[in-house]
Design a protein around this ligand. Structure first.
Ligand SMILES: NC(=O)c1ccc[n+]([C@@H]2O[C@H](COP(=O)([O-])OP(=O)(O)OC[C@H]3O[C@@H](n4cnc5c(N)ncnc54)[C@H](OP(=O)(O)O)[C@@H]3O)[C@@H](O)[C@H]2O)c1
Length: 263
């Protein structure tokens, strides 16, 4: 790792809990590889204290920006002076740039990271039908990016159906050329199937969709990274589907995040 000196720029990641984050390792490896005099450090802050921290972040003159993760993505949007159209429509940010005069500019890169992760493995989205399980922060960003990349049909299914309906209503206006609808647990009839819920992270959790409806012509993608082979991916492999792991989404985002915070 490059030596930290008085000229080193500082970047942070805000989370609660924080022990599990993998972004600092990835971003610091990029800084090392590219010989950039900057370091990312973990900043453990809970939801109650977040508003108290914001003025400090604004006034830290060597802070270039910070990554935002659970549970602060939606709350942080309200503290930004500016947000990208994607972040405003999704209702959350996961990366913030601090300008020289202490303004905070937010963006949401989960969706672009996911789509670029697919593309990095040779999977194209344009013109394809996609089933998305989930309607939370990551799922919303993924639907936004899939629609922006030209998916022809996006079906969203969520445990709490009202959230899926709200997401379709919110985003379909921005992408009139994309058919968006709320679905059931059946992913049949789609070329790409995405788990954008947190299911699969903990042992014994139910599958996010009806895996008995998967067939070998489908690509099944995860956003959960640990375990690498989630129960859904194990089922998909058994049925002969091509699978796409959760890791490329993070790998693709690291480059995007570093570029956004340092621009
Ligand atoms: N690979 C990457 O780079 C990357 C990036 C970002 C996030 N992630 C992962 O993505 C996952 C989701 O993150 P998020 O920010 O979107 O979280 P979130 O906003 O809390 O959304 C969670 C989603 O999972 C669903 N869900 C949770 N428990 C469920 C259960 N028991 N049964 C059915 N559905 C359930 C929720 O449904 P309800 O709406 O019904 O609650 C919601 O759709 C996390 O595991 C996170 O680690 C990965």
């Amino acid at each position: 790792m490059n030596q930290i000196t008085g000229t080193t720029k500082v970047l942070g990641i805000l989370a609660d809990p924080i022990h599990h984050v993998q972004t600092p390792q990835g971003i610091n490896a990029i800084f090392d590889r590219c010989d950039i005099d900057a370091v990312m450090i973990p900043l453990h802050v809970d939801s109650t204290s977040l508003p108290l921290l914001i003025p400090g972040l604004r006034s830290l003159r060597n802070l270039e920006g910070f990554v935002v993760t659970v549970p602060h993505k939606a709350a942080m949007l309200k503290h930004c002076d500016e947000a990208s159209p994607a972040a405003a429509q999704i209702g959350a940010v996961n990366v913030v740039r601090r300008t020289a005069d202490g303004r905070l500019i937010g963006d949401m890169l989960d969706g672009d990271g996911f789509v670029q992760g697919l593309q990095s493995e040779g999977i194209e989205v344009r013109g394809r039908s996609v089933y998305v399980a989930g309607a939370g922060g990551a799922a919303s960003a993924i639907v936004y990016a899939l629609a922006g990349t030209g998916a022809s049909l996006i079906t969203i299914a969520n445990r709490t159906p009202t959230k899926a309906h709200e997401l379709v209503e919110r985003l379909s206006k921005s992408f009139p050329g994309v058919t968006m609808r709320v679905g059931t647990s059946d992913p049949g009839g789609h070329e790409i199937v995405v788990n954008a819920t947190s299911l699969g992270l903990r042992p014994g959790e139910p599958l996010p969709l009806d895996a008995s409806r998967l067939h070998a012509a489908q690509i099944v993608a995860e956003i959960v990274m640990k375990p690498r082979v989630t129960p859904l991916l194990a089922e998909a492999m058994q049925r002969g589907c091509r699978v796409h792991f959760g890791e490329p989404m993070l790998r693709s985002q690291l480059e995007l995040m570093a570029r956004f915070m340092r621009s």
